[in-house]
Design a protein around this ligand. Structure first.
Ligand code: NAD
Length: 353
């Protein structure tokens, strides 16, 4: 066995149907008395329900979370937290809302209780992101790791199939890259494999029968493991490509992950044979990159970058940007090979062995 370092992330997870009933107790357990509830404008109603459940432990609602945490939004939310005398944040929503909670924690140190309603996984990571003048900066800081995460699958019932599928593939991408990360370790690899298995088994039912609470619970369980994987070990080519495409071409986050993942896996197929074997087994056998592509296709998620707003004329610039300051990757990253990968992803070709 190879030498490794394992860093356990110190967060408390409360999981299950009805877990939301314990929210007020969880805030109390943190020693907090006034929680600012965060949400997107679309999830205002959910935020209000949460506020009611918190009773006199609620300080108010800030419902302006948007994708990629613009610094102006972060500043306005911080001001609201200060004005209301909040001593913790309850972030109810997907990666955008939890990201806003992290921006407040980064400068004020307020503890976060995360209540995730998508499968993006941000709630289990110490990774923050802030966007200024169209440029997103990210970093790692233990201050932003949510102290408590309340996973209640009931809250994901309203996530439409068109968002659920890509969001689940986004989670699978965290697991895939954890298996060939530079600092991969046996414990996180176990979680990553189980995350892929749970999500791949649940997602077809989730998109076909969105009200199936059992499948929703399995998908959210997979998303927890995926977030924990992303939070504990590094990222590689896939995440670098998605950050480039999202940041410089404004492509939607989860859909971009869905489309790029089979091609990033194909790129690393020969360089990471053990990871590919474990991914394939978790998907039910066959070839890992093709299996990821077939899963996305089967759940009606997009499979071509041309269908989500990228232009053919963008491919050269995308290849240039993605090969500048590359992340660690098991196979060396070269501009020509990445240009070819992007062409496959642009056209939506099924990865061939
Ligand atoms: P999101 O949070 O932007 O949510 C997408 C949309 O779905 C929003 O309109 C939201 O209101 C709505 N929504 C969320 N849950 C819903 C539900 N249950 N029912 C109905 N509507 C619902 O999307 P996301 O993919 O979860 O997050 C993307 C963002 O998170 C990106 O900015 C990404 O960079 C970030 N992210 C960060 C990390 C990290 O570790 N820091 C990890 C993953 C993602």
């Amino acid at each position: 066995m190879k030498c490794f370092v394992y860093n356990g992330m110190p967060s408390r997870v409360v999981f299950g149907v009805g877990a939301l009933d314990r929210l007020a107790d969880e805030v109390e357990t943190l020693g907090a008395a006034k929680a600012l509830v965060l949400s997107t404008p679309e999830q205002r109603e959910t935020a209000e329900d949460v506020t009611k459940r918190l009773g006199d432990r609620a300080a108010g609602v800030y419902d302006q979370a948007v994708m990629h945490v613009p610094i102006e939004t972060a500043a306005a939310a911080r001001e609201k937290a200060r004005d209301l005398g909040a001593d913790c944040c309850v972030a109810v929503g997907g990666g955008s809302t939890i990201g806003l909670g992290k921006a407040i924690a980064l400068s004020f140190g307020l503890p976060i209780v995360a209540v995730p309603t998508t499968y993006a996984g941000s709630e289990m990571t110490p990774i923050w992101g802030l966007t200024e003048a169209g440029v997103k900066r990210t970093g790692r800081d233990m201050k932003v790791l949510p102290r408590t995460v309340v996973y209640d699958p009931t809250l994901t019932l309203s996530l439409p199939p068109a968002i659920s599928g890509p969001s689940g593939m986004n989670a699978i991408a965290h697991c895939v890259e954890a298996l060939y990360a530079e600092d991969a370790n046996p414990v996180i690899s176990l979680m990553a494999v189980e995350g892929i298995r749970a999500l791949a088994a649940a997602l077809p039912t989730v998109v076909k029968t969105p009200e199936d609470l059992e499948a929703r619970g399995d998908a959210l369980y997979g998303a927890w493991l995926a977030g924990a994987s992303l939070g504990s070990v590094g990222m590689a080519l896939h995440h670098k490509l998605c950050h480039t495409l999202g940041g410089s071409f404004n492509l939607p986050h989860a859909q971009t992950h869905t489309i790029v993942l089979p091609h990033a896996a194909a790129y690393n197929r020969e360089a990471a044979p053990d990871a590919m074997e474990r991914i394939a087994a978790a998907l039910g056998g066959g070839d890992a990159p093709a299996g990821l592509f077939d899963l996305a296709l089967g759940i009606g998620a997009p499979t071509a970058l041309k269908d989500i707003g990228l232009k053919e004329s963008d491919l050269d610039r995308a290849a240039d940007l993605a090969t500048r300051n590359p992340y660690y990757n098991p196979r060396p990253v070269t501009r020509d090979a990445i240009r070819a990968l992007l062409d496959d992803a642009y056209r939506g070709r099924r990865p061939a062995k």
